[in-house]
Design a protein around this ligand. Structure first.
Ligand code: ATP
Length: 365
């Protein structure tokens, strides 16, 4: 297995920049999710790592070796596509063993390797079945088997669960992570689904318009978003933003929100002037009638174990995730409170977090 190091990786199609100077390292055995909406440059990044697309500039190192201009077949990487093409006229055993046959491996060794792989994926009981009659989950396992059987240095997966229905997806998310825990293969996984990324990945790169907005663990990305984009893309409902205008100095510890003083995490930048936003996750808001931060209930969504209550405030609509055991009426006046430990502070113009240096630390690390 291997480290993957990406340095200033850029891809332009004509004047259009699909991937803009990305820098990151995936350590040996780590699972990285490239996460972002359609068109943000995830697949292009993956295809450059695979050797299926040449970068406009930048470098790709695999296990310390500069592979930027190596052909895909010379990179010892396995690629699992969304639309996995199995050979319909072959059974499961032959489909999994095919890459080894192409390499010229002796038949007895292929048999042994295919059976080990099938046991790992728990499909050893269907080895002699035709692939054409298999259900979606088993077909996906066969496709994975064909990638794993070569024991490549790393795996690249492009929305491999995209065609499965929701129930199967959940099972496969769990299985893929279990598989990763067993074989510890360096993996890059493209998805637009935050739940898949959060559930499986050791690290996530959140992409937007070709730019990596944040690179970090799922916990860092969720609790210390580097930008408003990340704060909004991750979480359901997303982070609330309470906008206000102010001039803040380095060291600022409180802001005025609709005339109410709110204590905030310490500002580490020199000066920020203009439209700013306080960010708070819905689960970090509590209702307290004594709180000076007032609003009126706009609506509520009952979710069984909890409920999401939308509150109209002078700083906009705020959503709070609170216990389901209290009924709220539309228009009901409420007081809101939150602890400053769970707040983020953003500059609306740049979209960057002012109270967290995490993004820079991650990029430099
Ligand atoms: P999706 O999940 O929809 O594939 P993505 O994040 O993987 O989204 P990419 O496929 O990497 O996005 O595409 C990034 C941008 O580059 C898109 O706007 C796409 O139209 C453009 N693009 C990709 N390949 C080419 C190409 N060969 N020629 C021109 N533009 C391209």
């Amino acid at each position: 297995m291997a480290d993957i190091r990406i340095e200033n990786l850029r891809k332009q199609f004509g004047n259009f920049v699909a991937v803009q100077d990305s820098n990151f390292v995936i350590h040996d055995g780590e699972f990285l999710a490239l996460l972002g909406p359609s068109g943000c440059g995830k697949t292009t990044t993956l295809r450059m790592i695979a050797g299926l697309e040449l970068p406009t500039s930048g470098r790709i190192y695999l296990d310390g070796e500069d592979v930027t201009f190596n052909r895909a077949s010379a990179r010892d990487i396995a690629f699992v596509f969304q639309l996995f093409a199995l050979y319909p006229h072959m059974n499961v055993r032959k489909n999994i063993g095919f890459p080894l046959l192409s390499q010229g491996m002796p038949k007895a060794d292929i048999r042994k390797r295919v059976e080990e792989t099938a046991r790992l994926l728990q499909i050893d009981h269907i080895l002699d079945r035709s692939v054409s009659g298999l259900a979606g989950g088993d077909r996906q396992r066969v496709a994975l088997g064909r990638a794993i059987v070569r024991r490549p240095k790393c795996f690249l997966m492009d929305e491999p669960l995209g065609t499965l229905d929701a129930e199967f997806r959940e099972v496969m998310v769990h299985e893929l992570r279990e598989l990763h825990n067993r074989i510890h293969a360096t993996t890059v996984y493209v998805t637009h689904d935050q739940h898949e990324a959060m559930a499986m990945a050791d690290k996530i790169a959140v992409m937007n318009h070709g730019v990596i907005e944040q690179f970090g663990t799922p916990q860092e990305i969720y609790s210390k978003p580097a930008t408003m984009y990340v704060a909004d893309f991750i979480g359901s409902p997303p982070m609330n933003f309470m906008r206000f205008n102010a001039g803040l100095q380095k060291g600022t510890r409180s802001v005025s929100l609709g005339g109410v003083d709110v204590s905030v995490p310490e500002v580490r930048q020199d000066v920020a002037v203009g439209e700013l936003a306080l960010g708070v996750r819905p689960e970090h808001i509590r209702f307290n009638d004594a709180s000076p931060l007032r609003g009126a209930v706009y609506g509520s969504e009952y979710l069984g174990t909890n409920q999401v209550v939308a509150v109209e405030t002078s700083s906009g609509l705020i959503k709070a995730r609170v216990p389901a055991n209290r009924n709220f009426h539309i228009g009901e006046p409420v007081g809101l409170e939150f602890s400053n430990a769970n707040l983020a502070l953003f500059d609306c113009k740049s979209g960057r977090a002012l109270a967290s240096a995490l993004y820079q630390e991650a990029q430099n690390g």
